[in-house]
Design a protein around this ligand. Structure first.
Ligand code: M6R
Length: 361
């Protein structure tokens, strides 16, 4: 049941600290700076030379997030929408690891991408929430995100668990390839251990309901971010549009000037996601949209200084490692979407035209 919540989505948003504890349980050794998966023996990924991460919707956003993490560690990794990957498949070798990111493990486009990658000779790894799903059966290996069952059509806790599981996978693959655990790993894994508590803090203190109220009736809602905050912006917009039916779009902050800025007016609030890395650049984009009259909601761990001074409203996240900050930031955006849809009386757990699992291409 919904255990006192009006919607499964709201319940599942609140289950995230617990889901993240399960995702990381027994996998993180912060002291050693290492990640251990009972699924894979040490060195299992030592000969991987590049990764293709494929998924659809929210899972594609998690794949983008992970590709950005790999890239900053010097490991070539690219995210693809699974439906497009199948149509124009980039070259793979036996040292290409194709990672299928899918909550259900049943998405037709993602399953098809895996089949094609396999027959072209790539190694395949499923990152899913469902044991013995079709995609796990098709892949050489699988890694469970252990988020627990998700009933709401809108993916919430599974995104947080996907990103966190992929971050652990990234640490592990990088260590397998380079043969060492870095000092930075230790710091990051300490932040991973604090993540469930950080998300709980967001749930306990969020002012997302007030923000949703303040900007109700806007013409459109835009979301911007750079680095890992880019997929978080896309995910924020996806959640907002799918459950509220309001027009919402996510952009890379760097993309604004190249077209989307023409849409920005005083009637289009802009949610800007800050991770603690390259924040000054995103602050410049914030000033650009404000100069066009748009109100700006900053999702940030800053409690004073420029970001907070400039923003019209702030959705606060606890200070954490920039690689992880997208997770609590996304929780704030889930809550904004939820409250915006709820005040419009939308059928939040079953949005029109959508299904939890898309098994046709
Ligand atoms: O089960 P999957 O993760 O493969 O599903 C992929 C998408 O259909 C899914 O993430 C969808 O975008 C979300 N339910 C949207 O909230």
């Amino acid at each position: 049941g919904k255990s006192g919540y009006d919607h499964y989505m709201h319940k599942e948003i609140h289950e995230q600290p617990e889901a993240l504890r399960r995702t990381t349980q027994g996998r993180v050794n912060a002291l050693a700076g290492s990640v251990d998966f009972e699924e894979f023996e040490p060195g299992r990924f030592a000969d991987v030379t590049q990764l293709h991460l494929v998924g659809m919707g929210t899972s594609y956003h998690a794949a983008m997030y992970a590709a950005s993490l790999f890239a900053t560690r010097g490991v070539p990794a690219y995210a693809f929408m699974a439906g497009e990957y199948s149509l124009s498949q980039p070259p793979v070798t036996e040292s290409t690891l194709v990672v299928a990111v899918s909550q259900s493990g049943e998405t037709a486009d993602t399953l098809d991408a895996v089949r094609r990658a396999r027959s072209a000779g790539a190694r395949t790894l499923a990152v899913t929430n469902v044991v013995a799903s079709s995609i796990t059966r098709e892949c050489d290996d699988s890694l469970l995100i252990r988020a627990g069952p998700e009933i709401g059509v809108a993916a919430t806790k599974t995104f947080s668990s996907q990103v966190t599981a992929l971050l652990l996978l990234c640490e592990r693959i990088t260590a397998d390839i380079t043969g060492t655990a870095s000092a930075e790993s230790r710091e990051l894994l300490e932040s991973v251990a604090r993540l469930p508590g950080d998300v709980q803090a967001v749930l306990d203190t969020s002012t997302a309901a007030d923000v949703a109220e303040a900007y109700a009736g806007s013409e459109a809602y835009f979301f911007i971010g750079r680095g890992v905050a880019h997929p978080v912006a896309l995910e924020g917009a996806l959640k907002f549009k799918e459950i509220s039916y309001e027009h919402a779009e996510g952009f890379a902050a760097s993309e604004l000037k190249h077209g989307p800025l023409a849409l920005v007016t005083e009637r289009t609030p802009v949610f800007a996601v800050f991770t603690g890395r390259d924040d000054e650049m995103t602050l410049n984009n914030v000033k650009e949209v404000q100069a066009r009259g748009a109100p700006v909601v900053a999702v940030t761990s800053h409690t004073d200084g420029d970001v907070v001074d400039v923003a019209d409203a702030v959705l606060a996240i606890p200070p954490t490692h920039p690689d992880l900050a997208g997770v609590p930031a996304n929780v704030q955006l889930q809550l904004v979407a939820y409250h915006a849809a709820n005040r419009l009386g939308r059928p939040i757990d079953k949005p029109r035209n959508l299904a939890k699992c898309v098994t046709v291409e």
